[in-house]
Design a protein around this ligand. Structure first.
Ligand code: IFM
Length: 451
């Protein structure tokens, strides 16, 4: 049974509406049931890495408030909720027998969602690698891919009866390039060679997990979520057009080419002097058939050519443009979403597409009696949903839209200083207060307002 949803104008029957979230960003209760440390626990403790010195401790307290969260989702009228499992709760050291209490918790959460008519969409990995595996080398080590596949198999076994849609990895570009390249994310390493090795092992772990899912014979679907970048050239000059293409490779073709059986973009790797640590059979495993491709879309940049050099191997630069920006400084370009979906579909032909995240951080300063009048977020969501409608009208196989995110949560290196939620969480009491955007999204799904 799915929740009662009116028909949103311009979207086909069966289109799935929902929200997304992630374990480390929302659960809190980091010491329950012998949970192991994740790379984010350690990274947050380093100091100076996270704005305000925050961590996932506390967060939205969702580990203890699952009934409240489900009630909010039910009130919203969504048909699906995407959340991630915490690997260090299920396998505290990243390997070995699962912690039954953690599995029971997620089973109960799925049951509560089912009672509310909401489909669980489970992400296996949303960045919280068990620290024990990082201590053994982390994603740059081949072994980590096999540990991930073992963990995925445990999850399929434990939750496969309840979960019909699985996402292997969320935005592996961030895990590889922010985690091991720029060091902005956990584990905070800064070595570009490690970032590319991590990228290969993330993809390998993904492929192994898809293979093991197929072996279970479970009737559901499995895919991956990327955060591709398909920027606009700042002008029609050929050098800017080529610069925009070069900019996009690390975020887009580096992942989609191997996932769709084309191997790695060799010119890109050669220009950086990178040799991927490919072993026999890897590329076949990575290209395991996907049921859907999830894309997270927040912004679209305008890119121009710049002198290439050691720190800028692509010879690209951000060009200013006239678009408004969110509190993340990200440009607001609603039609960029339809453009990105069209470009990805044209080039790689995924069987089905999902927008697995889309949303915006704003200051949320207009408050009255505790209620946030977040008109800017409503306009952001409305215009991006209209862009999804355009993508469908253009014939793209877009099957679902998941807003990021249900509640204000831990925004990684920005700590709690950036708010993306449809619901405000009182940091002192943990109480949830739906913002105007929550009520607008509810009205949209009920068919009372159109995008
Ligand atoms: O909060 C993140 C999420 O974890 C991954 N996608 C982007 C969001 C906003 O930055």
């Amino acid at each position: 049974m799915t929740a009662m949803q009116g028909r949103v104008e311009g979207f086909p029957a069966g289109f799935i509406w929902g929200c997304s979230n992630a374990s480390y960003q929302s659960e809190g209760s980091l010491h329950e049931l012998g949970r192991g440390e994740s790379i984010w626990d350690v990274f947050c403790r380093l100091g100076g890495k996270v704005a305000g010195g925050g961590s996932g401790e506390g967060a939205c307290d969702s580990w203890r408030r699952m009934e409240e969260d489900v009630a909010l989702l039910r009130g919203l009228g969504v048909g699906a909720y995407r959340f991630s499992l915490s690997w260090p709760r299920i396998q505290p050291s990243g390997k070995g027998r699962p912690v039954q209490g953690a599995i029971d918790h997620y089973l109960r959460f799925c049951d509560l969602l089912a009672e509310a008519g909401i489909e669980p969409i489970v992400t296996l990995y949303h960045w919280d690698l068990p620290q024990a595996l990082e201590d053994e080398g982390g994603w740059p080590m081949r072994e980590t891919a096999f540990r991930f596949a073992d963990y995925a198999a445990l999850a399929f076994d434990a939750l496969g009866g309840r979960v019909r849609r699985w996402v292997t990895l969320n935005e592996p570009w961030c895990s590889a390039f922010l985690g091991y390249g720029s060091g902005e994310h956990a584990p905070g390493r800064k070595d570009i060679g490690s970032a590319y090795r991590a990228a290969h092992h993330l993809l390998l772990g993904h492929g192994l997990a898809v293979g093991s899912y197929r072996e279970t014979g479970l009737p559901g679907e499995i895919g991956i979520t990327l955060n591709p970048a398909t920027p606009r050239p700042a002008t029609r000059r050929e050098q800017d057009i080529l610069a925009a293409q070069r900019f996009s490779v690390e975020r887009t073709a580096l992942w989609l080419d191997p996932l769709y059986g084309r191997g790695y973009p060799e010119a890109h790797l050669a220009a950086r002097g990178i040799a991927m640590p490919i072993e026999a059979g890897d590329l076949g495993r990575i290209a395991a058939e996907l049921d859907f491709l999830g894309v997270n879309y927040y912004n679209e940049d305008a890119i121009e050519a710049a002198p290439a050099g050691a720190g800028n191997p692509d010879g690209v630069a951000y060009a200013g443009d006239w678009h408004g920006r969110t509190a993340m400084g990200w440009s607001i370009v609603p039609d960029g979403l339809a453009r990105m979906l069209a470009r990805i579909h044209g080039q790689w032909r995924p069987k089905a597409l999902w927008v697995t995240e889309n949303g915006a951080a704003f200051a949320d300063e207009d408050m009255e009696a505790g209620r946030v009048h977040d008109r800017d977020r409503i306009e952001y969501l409305r215009s991006h949903i209209a862009s999804c409608r355009d993508a469908i009208a253009a014939g793209l196989p877009l099957r679902g839209y998941l807003a990021w995110t249900l509640m204000d949560n831990f925004e990684w290196s920005f700590g709690y200083t950036r708010k993306f939620g449809l619901v405000r969480v009182d940091s002192a009491t943990g109480e949830r207060h739906p913002k105007d955007s929550y009520h607008w999204y509810r009205d949209l799904l009920a068919g009372f307002v159109a995008p």
